[in-house]
Design a binder for this molecule. Structure first.
Ligand code: AQP
Length: 335
């Protein structure tokens, strides 16, 4: 079966953005049953910026628990953490030698995260997209479900595959397709409708964490920035109102309704009425998931065993692909 790969960084608590842009789509992919799904806690990506070791350990288990709580079956899909499969780092080295400095320098995530202080950023942060290309191509994955923000990195993955194939005169790595579909592929900050909702945003009020309790969720939506006008009856006129559009998109995604149906429901409504409805819906969707995550976290050994077994299954696919890559490059191996 064709393979799907996607990863999430265990760099903190997951947000509603990670759920709607990634996790929710992952379980839909698994349920479709058309692809072998491989999902990874990308701990090696996480440490491109400083992570407290104890927090990294905890987040890795917590993200794994959220995968399972959101419907990923670790038997049908493969669930593991990146550092347990050393072939990711090995292939990434080859890709570091294929990718060009200029390509990396153009990545908006690099520019955003390194900011004006690029001299002080880690080399790993700069090389991040080459490791990401390795994550995907190590399994010859053809489809990658991600949020909008990862589109540029996926284009770079295609560039790396194309250049490798061209330089070595082979047709070895597939040209991967991003899967970015539906509403809320880019969930925005609750404080600023032009910035994406992010787990590393310094303001906790800017995001809904999947682990937030009902009161916190209600409070965050109540305090979410909006304009004073009531909601319109057509979706298009929201384009000039980023905060309002974001809340409507979240509502549509959580209720699994097309946006025009949502507009018919909310037309003329004040935010004072809409926000509590949205909060109620979010709690309805998220609270069973966070309860299940907490239940799983009571037994970290069990999570570790699931990850170890996932890593073995991932390696069984990765090892021959890495060996073949080394052969193509001309690296002598043992017979
Ligand atoms: N706001 C978002 N809307 C939709 N999708 C999102 N994703 C992240 N934020 C949003 C998707 O979640 C997946 C995993 O992301 P990640 O944790 O590996 O890295 P990220 O994109 O850098 O996420 P964050 O939350 O912004 O983390 P930090 O702050 O640590 O960088 C990806 O598929 C991503 O598209």
């Amino acid at each position: 079966a064709p393979r799907v790969f996607s990863g999430i960084q265990p760099s903190g608590g997951l947000t509603l953005g990670n759920y709607l842009g990634a996790l929710k789509r992952f379980s839909q992919m698994q349920e479709k049953g058309t692809h072998k799904c491989i999902f990874c806690m990308v701990d090696m990506h996480a440490i491109t910026v400083w992570q407290d070791p104890a927090a990294l350990t905890r987040s890795t288990r917590e993200v794994a628990a959220f995968f399972i709580a959101s419907g990923i079956d670790p038997e049908r899909s493969i669930l593991f953490n990146q550092s347990q499969v050393p072939e990711h780092a090995q292939l990434a080295w080859i890709f570091n030698c294929v990718a060009r400095m200029g390509w990396m320098g153009r990545m908006t995530q690099w520019k955003d995260k390194a900011g004006k202080n690029a001299e002080q950023a880690s080399l790993g942060l700069f090389a991040y997209p080459a490791l990401m290309a390795a994550d995907i191509l190590l399994y010859h994955a053809t489809h990658v479900p991600v949020g909008e923000d990862q589109k540029q990195h996926l284009e770079l993955t295609r560039d790396i595959a194309t250049k490798f194939n061209h330089d070595y005169g082979v047709d070895f790595f597939p040209i991967t397709e991003p899967v970015i579909e539906g509403t809320a592929t880019r969930v925005m900050s609750l404080r600023d409708g032009t910035k994406k909702m992010s787990k590393s945003d310094p303001s906790d009020m800017a995001r809904i964490n999947l682990a937030d309790d009902a009161d916190t969720i209600a409070q965050k939506f109540r305090k979410a920035r909006t304009d004073p006008d009531p909601l319109p009856d057509d979706y298009e006129s929201l384009s000039a109102r980023p905060e309002a559009k974001n809340l409507v998109d979240i509502y549509a995604a959580l209720s699994e309704q097309p946006t025009d149906k949502v507009m018919a429901e909310v037309a003329g409504m004040q935010f004072g009425t809409f926000k509590p409805r949205l909060a109620e819906l979010a709690v309805e969707v998220l609270s069973p998931m966070s309860a299940e995550m907490r239940r799983l976290m009571q037994n970290p050994d069990e999570i570790d065993a699931i990850l170890a077994r996932g890593a073995d299954r991932a390696r069984a696919i990765a090892t021959p692909i890495l060996r073949r890559t080394y052969d193509i490059v001309g690296m002598v191996g043992r017979q």
